[in-house]
Design a protein around this ligand. Structure first.
Ligand code: PSU
Ligand code: MN
Length: 308
């Protein structure tokens, strides 16, 4: 499907993105919840542009996705990005919320689930995020599982992520990814990454070492009509990860603070990320930025290989 078939009152593909898609050029979709709810102000805005620059440096076109004034935008100009980064009226929007925020003419920062949906609609095949959502700790009581997982079950897109966020129940998330037919490959690793940590402690069954191998798998998936997502798990190098002892201490404190404050549902992930950024003396923020920049660059290399 191309951009031309979309309802222009509700979905607008930026010219640069539409041109690239029209000519079969490489495009990388980027989510916006990380900008509005995952990274602290005021640096979130410049980091968002650095993420886009990381895609450009490899020769692909970035398409940051968000809802601004009720229009789903595939590619943000400076004004739209400023709104997402700075406005207090920006909601964290998952796939189920998309139509409502569009109908109400609101602003929404899209999660992995909502971004994957819109990217696929626009015809974008590759998407970069920091760390995927998944099954939260204590989910047997709370039933809190990110809609990222069920969306990736039914969206044919390639997502580059540093595994899943280490605030989650990684083992349960891996089981759900298997059940939901989401394919997982480790990029240059046999260990599933744990976001801030290079190794979550769980293995990954398939390893790739080259973007061309990912492009080959994407091509085979198309031929076989596989309608679910491919997750490319890209770890931080071990010497760039958050110190595991610091990580475990901050996480334990954060989980206790979340429970004490009664944090629930969609507020859980932003709360825990913000706790990390405050309590790790900037270490988690440093790692989070390095993760998303590396994932954007790898996604761009994959998009270039897939377009070639
Ligand atoms: N990765 C990051 N920072 C983030 C997120 C991912 O480095 O803020 C966001 C993504 O948008 C993801 C969301 O979809 O966290 C998951 O939220 P939840 O657990 O409520 O589904
Ligand atoms: Mn949730």
């Amino acid at each position: 499907m191309t951009a031309r078939t979309l309802d222009p009152d509700r979905i607008v593909v930026a010219d640069e993105v539409a041109d690239a898609l029209g000519s079969g050029g490489p495009v990388v979709a980027l989510e916006s919840t990380i900008i509005s709810h995952g990274l602290p102000r005021p640096d979130n805005r410049s980091i968002a542009r650095r993420i886009e620059d990381a895609v450009r440096e490899v020769g692909a076109v970035p398409a940051t996705i968000a809802v601004v004034d009720g229009v789903a935008r595939i590619g943000l100009d400076d004004g739209a990005l400023g709104t997402i980064a700075d406005s207090d009226d920006v909601l964290k929007v998952s796939r189920r919320d998309l139509a409502t925020v569009v109908a109400r003419r609101g602003h929404g920062a899209t999660t992995v689930a909502a971004t994957a949906h819109l990217a696929h609609l626009a015809g974008i095949d590759v998407f970069a995020t920091g760390g995927l959502g998944g099954v939260h700790r204590g989910a047997t009581e709370t039933w809190d599982e990110s809609a990222d997982l069920t969306t990736l079950a039914e969206t044919a897109i390639t997502v580059v992520s540093a595994g899943v966020k280490s605030i989650l129940d990684v083992a349960a998330t891996l089981e759900r990814l298997e059940t939901l037919n989401v394919a997982v490959v480790g990029f240059g690793t046999d260990a599933f990454p744990g976001f801030y940590l290079s190794d979550s402690g769980f293995p990954v069954e398939w390893r790739v070492d080259d973007p061309a191998e990912v492009a080959e798998i994407m091509s085979a998936r198309r031929a076989l009509r596989i309608g679910s997502a491919l997750l490319v798990a890209n770890p931080l190098p071990e010497d760039r990860q958050v110190d595991p002892a610091l990580h475990d201490r901050v996480l334990a404190d954060g989980l206790a603070a979340a429970a004490a404050a009664g944090v629930r549902g969609k507020d859980t992930t932003p709360f825990l990320l913000a706790h990390f950024h405050d309590a790790s003396d900037g270490e988690s923020l440093r790692a989070n930025v390095e993760i998303i920049l590396a994932n954007a660059a790898l996604a761009a290399r994959i998009a270039v290989a897939a377009a070639g």
